[in-house]
Structure formats: C-alpha cells, structure tokens
Design a binder for this molecule. Structure first.
Ligand code: COA
Ligand code: AMP
Length: 631
C-alpha cells in the first residue's frame, strides 16, 4: 500500500488501524478497545490493556534472541570515551537500578525526576522507572536550578536521579550544586537522590538524602516488569508555554508504545537491528522518543552522543560517528547542520569518511530552511526529510513516510499528515481555509495514540491552551498553510514561544525573569531571526524613573539573571534599554511589529498603535545591537 491508501485506511477506521498496530507490542492483557471517548474532548487510547514499556523496549528483545545485539552505543567526544551495551546487559542494568529504587520505596505512579547528561545511565534511569511503572520527568541539563525547582514542585517526585556533571565544550557543568540549590528552592522535598558520579567532577553528597548510584544497587534483588494500564502515564515532560510556568505533558503508556513502534518502519524506514541516531538530548522530546524509546522498542541500536556537531573536535564528528557505528538513519535539528555548514561550507570533511551506510537524514525541531536542506542533500547524497512535530504529540504530525512510500520532497514543507492526524488550517472563526491561505494549524480530535493525554496537575490549562479556541480540534500553536497536494508549510508560532537552536523557549518566561530585576519597570522579549540558531531572544527594558544606574550595568545584570534563572540554554545575550514600548491604545505590547523591525521586514503600521513615534526609538535601539542584520 502507498501513503494515500494507508492514510485512507486509517481514516476509514482509526480504531482498527491502531488495534492492528498494537499487535506489534507485547501486552500482559490485550486492550479490548482502541479509543475511550467517554470523557471527550479528553480521550484515552488502549486504556484497558495491561503492558510494560521496559519489557517491550528491552526484555522481549533478549527473549527473542537479540541479547547480544548492541542496544546502546555511547560515543562521547567530550570525554574521549566510547562504550557499548548489549540488550542483555541493558536489561540487567535496568533491573538492578529498578530493584534499588523499589527497595527504597519507589513504586507504580511515583514520580522520579531525572537530571542527567548524555550518558547511557540516563536511559537506564528512564527505563528503570518504566520497569516499575514509576513516572519519570527528565529535566534538560542546560536549565538552571530555578527551572529544575519549578519542575520538582509540580511533579512532586519521590526521588531524583542525577549525574554529578555534564560536559560542555571547554567546561564541566556541575549538576549536583544545581540540584542541591533546586531542592533548597523547591517547596517539595524528594525523599532521596541517587547520584551517578562522573570522574570529571565528583559531587559532594548530603547525608541521609544522597545515595551513590553504584552503592545503592549493591546486593539488591533485580526488579521485574510491573504491568500498567494502557492509560497509565509513562512520563511527564515539561515544555515551554506562554507563561513562565512550564506545561507538564503527560504521555500515556500504551499509545506511546504502539505509535512509536509504528513510526520506526513506516516513517524512518528502520528495520530491527539497524543503527539509529537521533543527535539530540534526552531532556527534549526527540531524546525521549528517538534516543530512548522508539529505537529500543523496535529492536534497533541507538546512539547516545555526548558532543556537539562542531567543536568536538570539529565539523567532521557527525561523519565519524556515522562511519564508525554504521548509522543508517540520522535525525537532528537543522541548526546542527547550519553549524556544520558554517565551519565546513564545501563539505570537505564529509569526504574523509565512508558514509555509504547512511540512508536518510531527518530534520525536525524548527523550520528547515531550503539552503540547509540543499546543502545536506548535495554533500551527503541521501534524501533529506523534514518532519514536523511537538513535545505534545511525541512523534511527527507531518512527515514523508519513507518506509511506506517516499513521496516527492518539497523544500520548505515537512510533507503530509501522518495517519492519526487530520490536519486543518483554520481562520479565526474556526473555518477551514483554502489551499495556499495562511491560518492556525489545528488537528481534528481525537489526537492519535501516544499524544498528550493532559497536562500534569493542570487539566483546565490543558483545555484552555489546546482545546477551547477551536472546539473539536487540538490547536497546535503553529500557523501555516497547506498546498494543493496536501503538503503542509509551518510558518510561525501563534503564541510567544520561540525556537532557539531547536530548543523551545518562552519569551513570556524570560519577561517574568527580567521584570523581577529591581530597576526594570517594564519589558518585552521577542525572538529575532538568527542565521545559526534560527531565532534568538532579544529584550527591551524600560527602567524605573529615577534610576541613575548606567544602562549597561542593568543590561549585563539582566543577561546574568536570565542565565541564572532559566539557564544557559536560553542564549539570552541581547538586551537594550528604551524609554517606552510600542503599544496599542488598549495597552497591548506590539511585539510582532518589533520582530519585523529587527528582522528588517516591511510591516503595516497598526491602526491601533498608541504613539507611532515610539517606533523611531525602537529602531535606534535595535541599531545599537546591529539589527536589522544584513540578510
Ligand atoms: N548542560 C549544560 N549546559 C548546556 C547544555 C547542557 N546539557 N546544553 C547546552 N548548554 C549550554 C551551552 O554550553 C551554551 O552555553 P554558553 O552560553 O556558556 O556557551 C548554551 O547552553 C547554549 O547551548 P546551545 O544551544 O547548545 O548552543 P551552542 O552555541 O553551544 O551550540 C549548536 C550551537 C547549533 C551547535 C547547538 O545548539 C546544537 O548542536 N544544536 C542541536 C540542536 C538539538 O539537538 N536540538 C534538539 C531538538 S531536535
Ligand atoms: P518542541 O515541542 O520543542 O518539539 O517544539 C515544537 C515546535 O517546534 C513546533 O510547534 C514548531 O513550532 C517547531 N517545529 C518543530 N518541527 C518543525 C518543523 N519541521 N518545521 C517547522 N517548525 C517545527
């Protein structure tokens, strides 16, 4: 069957489609139905089945004879080390850690926060939680203590599992002091922490709370897999929304297993045994789905890469990894390729390696610009496939289904809707617009299995953020259009979320931090176009009247404040003091106009602007920062 037939077969009977896909998963008790719509517009899939994620990702492959196959290859140019873990060894490691957690009282439904760098132990920790039915919440290492504290307070974990440090080019990031400080800030106190000591920075332990990773596993009884209901949360992953409070996306277990497994062949064209590499971080959804879960569920070998596309040690690192480990499918963010292209514009380093094993490159996380796609295609000689998804969905909404039927690639488009997704472009009144017309991108409910069930502790916010604007639809927060052939084009966010180097960040969250500076009366943060990272945050600060301190000091303090409160990953370095912000007569800050000015784009003077003269001041302020850039 080709794409059109597969999509049509899903559309004609979604429940049969997913029940059939569910056959590829080992159930302790098979689900009797696919969809539970008893609580619409909140839906549950495969909810009356019983299943265990770790069994499906690890144990069953050992039983089926894959015990000696590599499950994980750790390649770490920042530490100069490489290692391999077979499926059999992975099962034993997970069972031991799960046994240790169980002995300390962790059981089904308990939350466990994981704060770890790109080491195999991060996956072992995630899967040990899955083994017990505990709900993990992985926090990205580039977030500051305060962000970790916010997540600890929301998830209320029984335990935290952390690495002692992460390694960024040129510096060791000590995680443990950040964790200690986060626990100090948080109102909720975890009962205990398990610390994986790395030799680059061994952590000081706190008596009666911190346990050593190795010691806690000494002599424990390995834990078995605990079956959970299909709708049991597998994990919570926090992502940026409009405000500083992150949204805790809840991933249901059964749908997660079924849908991710389905994508591995149908979208990525990976067969069990193939080496699959998602060059991302376990702290992001790409890392959850395609470094940890999907490749393992499908019996692939996954690469855990601890390094950067450039500088570790050079722009040839990706090609070395592909050659050395026989990578068949690579998945990364366009920004990684922009970084490589900048260092090695002619692709000279690519020719130093044998990349004949590489079959496809997938890009996601941000808009893939046609220049980058063309460069990659020309130098790698493989199809370059853009696909579009979100933390909320956990896998792609639109893609080119390479394992079903490679469709013609149209640069600038992540191709077509995948089975499970009825994507519509809506106008403000919720009516479907014509092909070629821009609108809000919405998905007809129900979303497919494996997508978010709700937001942790925040069902009302879930309804408000996603379901209320267009009744009967899930609102993606993206705007775009569809062409005559059904190809989607993702053009912009409709909210204040920006995308910096493939990382999703909230400008509202940054504004909350800046507003807390004692000299800042008012502020606005916008996302400006950046050649490397896609977007960068830029802050406008209005200081309190009577402040006599130099603007430069205030700007520097604000930059530090965002780094300390949100983290280095926010990449907040651009800020400028202005007298006033442009607003509508009703007081709404005209962020969109400022973005256009910074990007050097034409814009229409809003009829509702309160005082157009302010724009001259904004233009001058932007010029001091070098904006607009030359295109
Ligand atoms: N722990 C601690 N700090 C981290 C971190 C982590 N896990 N990850 C990033 N940081 C820090 C970086 O050291 C950097 O700090 P600095 O301001 O002191 O230099 C800052 O956060 C920004 O990091 P990053 O966004 O990685 O930018 P960079 O300039 O170091 O590298 C790229 C630029 C393009 C090479 C890099 O962003 C990249 O590889 N991106 C790939 C994107 C990706 O994987 N996205 C995931 C979605 S698919
Ligand atoms: P995240 O939740 O971090 O995965 O970010 C999701 C957001 O990133 C989406 O809502 C889009 O705004 C953007 N995004 C992800 N993939 C793509 C893509 N292929 N093209 C354009 N934007 C994308």
């Amino acid at each position: 069957m080709g794409y059109k037939e597969v999509y049509a077969s899903w559309k004609s009977d979604p429940e049969a489609f997913w029940l059939e896909a569910a056959e590829a998963i080992d159930w302790n008790r098979k689900p009797t139905r696919a969809l539970n719509d008893g609580n619409a517009p909140l839906y549950e899939w495969l909810d009356d089945g019983l299943v265990n994620t770790c069994w499906n990702a690890v144990d069953r492959h050992v039983e089926a004879g894959r015990g000696d196959q590599d499950a994980i290859i750790h390649d770490s140019p920042v530490t100069g080390t490489k290692s391999r873990i077979t499926y059999a060894e992975l099962r034993d490691r997970i069972a031991r850690l799960a046994g240790a957690l169980a002995a300390k009282g962790v059981s089904k439904g308990d939350r466990v926060v994981i704060y770890m760098p790109m080491i195999p132990e991060a996956l072992v920790a995630m899967l040990a939680c899955a083994r017990l039915g505990a709900i993990h919440s992985v926090v990205f290492g580039g977030f500051a203590a305060n962000e970790l504290a916010v997540r600890i307070d929301d998830a209320a974990p029984k335990a935290v599992i952390a690495g002692s440090c992460g390694i960024e080019p040129g510096r060791v990031v000590e995680y443990k002091p950040l964790l200690d400080s986060a626990i100090d800030i948080a109102r909720h106190k975890p009962e205990f922490c398990v610390i994986f000591q790395r030799e680059q920075a061994r952590a000081a332990m706190i008596d009666d709370r911190d346990l050593d990773w190795d010691e806690v596993q000494d002599g424990v009884t390995p834990a078995g897999c605990v079956p959970v209901e299909g709708n049991h949360p597998a994990y919570i992953l926090y992502t940026s929304g409009t405000t500083g409070a992150p949204k805790g996306v809840v991933r249901p277990t059964g749908g997660h297993l079924v849908a991710l497994n389905w994508t591995m062949k149908n979208i990525y064209d990976a067969d069990p045994g193939d080496v699959f590499w998602a060059a991302s971080d376990v702290g992001w959804v790409v890392g959850h789905s395609y470094i940890c879960y999907a490749p393992l569920i499908h019996g692939n070998t996954t690469i855990v890469f601890e390094g950067k596309p450039v500088g570790t040690p050079d722009a040839g690192t990706f090609w070395r990894v592909i050659q050395e480990h026989g990578v068949k499918v690579l998945f990364t963010a366009p920004t990684a390729f922009r970084a490589i292209k900048r260092e090695d514009p002619n692709g000279d380093l690519i020719r130093d390696y044998d990349l004949s094993g590489l079959k496809i490159l997938f890009l996601a996380g941000e808009r893939a610009d046609p220049d980058t796609i063309e460069w990659a295609r020309k130098h790698l000689g493989v199809p370059v496939i853009d696909h579009w998804w979100q933390t909320e969905t956990g896998y792609s909404i639109a893609a080119n289904p390479m394992g079903i039927e490679p469709l013609p690639v149209k640069n600038g488009s992540p191709s077509v809707a995948m089975p499970g997704y009825d994507v519509q472009i809506l106008d403000e009144g919720g009516h479907t617009v014509k092909p070629g017309e821009l609108g809000a991108i919405a998905i007809k409910l129900p979303l497919p299995p494996g997508t978010l069930a709700t937001l942790w502790n925040a069902e009302e916010r879930f309804r408000k953020s996603y379901l209320e604007q267009f009744p009967g639809y899930y609102e993606t927060g993206d705007a775009g259009f569809v062409d005559e052939d059904g190809y989607l084009y993702i053009m912009a966010r409709t909210d204040d979320v920006i995308n910096v180097a493939g990382h999703r960040l909230s400008t509202g969250g940054m504004e909350e931090v800046l507003a807390a500076h004692p000299d800042v009366a008012e502020c606005a943060v916008i996302g400006v176009t950046d050649q490397l990272k896609g977007q960068l945050p830029l802050g406008f600060l209005c200081t309190n009247s009577g402040t006599s301190r130099p603007d430069e000091d205030i700007v520097n303090e604000c930059v530090k404040l965002v780094r300390n409160r949100i983290g280095p990953v926010a990449a907040f370095r651009l800020a400028v003091v202005v007298d006033r912000l442009p607003k509508t007569r009703s007081g709404k800050i005209l962020r969109g106009v400022m973005v256009k000015m910074a990007d050097g784009e034409d814009f229409k003077m809003p009829a509702t602007i309160d005082d157009p003269d302010i724009l001259d001041e904004i233009r001058e302020a932007l010029a001091t920062l070098g904006y607009p850039n030359d295109p």
